[in-house]
Design a protein around this ligand. Sequence first.
Ligand code: NAD
Length: 509
Amino acid sequence: MEFTRVKNFINGEWVEDPKATYIPLHNPSTGEVIGEVPMSSTEASIDAVKAADAAFPAWKNLSIGKRVGYLFALRQAMLDHQEELAVAIATDQAKHISEARGEVMRVVQIFEAACSIPTLMQGETLGNIANGINGRVTKEPLGVFGGVAPFNFPALVFGWFIPYAIGTGNTFVYKPSNESPLFMQIIGDIFNEVGLPKGVVNIIHGDPNVVEAWYDRPEVAGVCLVGSSPTAKAIAQGCGKNGKRSMLLGGAKNFLVVMEDANMDVFIENFIHSAYGSAGQRCLAGSIIAVVPEVYDECIERMVEASKKVTVGDAMDPDIYMGPVITKAAKERIEKYIELGIEGGSNLVLDGRSPELPEKNKDGYFVGPTIFTDVTPCRTIAKEEIFGPVVSVMKINDLNDVLGLIKEQEFGNGACIFTQNQYYTEKFIADANVGMVGVNVGVCAPHPYLPFGGIKDSLVGTNKVQGKDGIEFFTQNKVATIRVTPPEGVAECGTRVDGDKSVRSCVAQ
Ligand code: NAD
């Protein structure tokens, strides 16, 4: 693959920041250096904000139909470039190519949902509040928004932020993850291909300093993040001190609950997808498998048998199920958790350290499927986000028992139950202390038309992404109280009072 020197995209141009230092970009499947990413200066970040601010008045005043026209054009351009976009994701993020294609298609669907903005953004009117007085609420854009992405969903998070932000009339500065910037390098070209006005979306790469530069800028209305909970809390503080809006999705640790009446074939298929899809680096990945005693042994036996069939290797290899984790440091962190699990007394029944690999992937960052059993809730591996293909199996007494454990968790992103029983289903939906619930599914990601987000440490603040929640975050309500009085010389009924009946006012009689 060609070496890529990643650039910033400011005011419709690819630019290099003369003050930037560069860090290497790796292909996690091979460990090979495939490019370099600028750690931009504060000045470059402010340039991006200024470009977005300069573009705001004209963009805000463009008719909503024309703005949505750009969303349609971007959707079509992503379809036209879908394979190129998927390969970019499978290269630097090393999500398996089949999943990378799925991620691109999900973003296309999000753009389709966001094209309903003219309906979703409609305000309200209350007539005749008092004699001759009406009230009207309009939803207005606020200005420039900043967005910060995690490494694991370079396309999806772009979809969560950008169409809703710009469709409602705001302009944007977007900071991709330094570990997966290639997707946005293609998207910048797509912005120019569809003729998106310059400065409406800008891309800046770098360390936290480029985000911190936004907090004191009066042009910036708010910042959104998808990332870990400590990062979400840091951005909440930065925005809070200057009264800016924030939409901050944080980390996760998700339960999959298996009841005695679960369809075991359905559970196993969904467990494999949930625990090992994206090499376990998903905020809705199943991490704790909580099983009632009646099916505990059977469940473990089937999980281990199925996990041993999960093939590990190059993200571009169509015959492989699971690619690598993102960095050497991530691999070492995950392996440290495996050691902690052993030291803590949990039972390692499948060890993913040193998986068998093809020769070309020997220097890649791989961890194979790993299963601990007899894990108790107080163990580190049961509490902390591992963010890799490592699962902890826990024996629970009954549904009430696991609902208590879910409630105690610091995270509250998602939880899924496997059962055929309607009482269990409804009780779980009602009482699981999380933001997203699944029944007989392993990844409870809401459809693009519905809000996506957790509770507790998985969501700092209250705003979620997608659907009406996206509209609420990126707009402010303006409320007008309107008394319409006739101009001088015109009666309430609209007739001119000078007696000349041949001259009418424009008000219908
Ligand atoms: P991260 O928090 O390390 O980084 C996320 C982004 O924030 C990166 O672009 C990074 O450069 C930037 N950043 C880091 N520290 C910052 C700071 N102090 N101020 C401003 N910006 C800062 O997360 P990651 O490792 O890239 O992604 C994995 C995390 O994201 C996991 O915790 C995962 O659960 C979470 N995630 C959550 C969801 C969700 O929907 N809740 C979805 C995807 C990922």
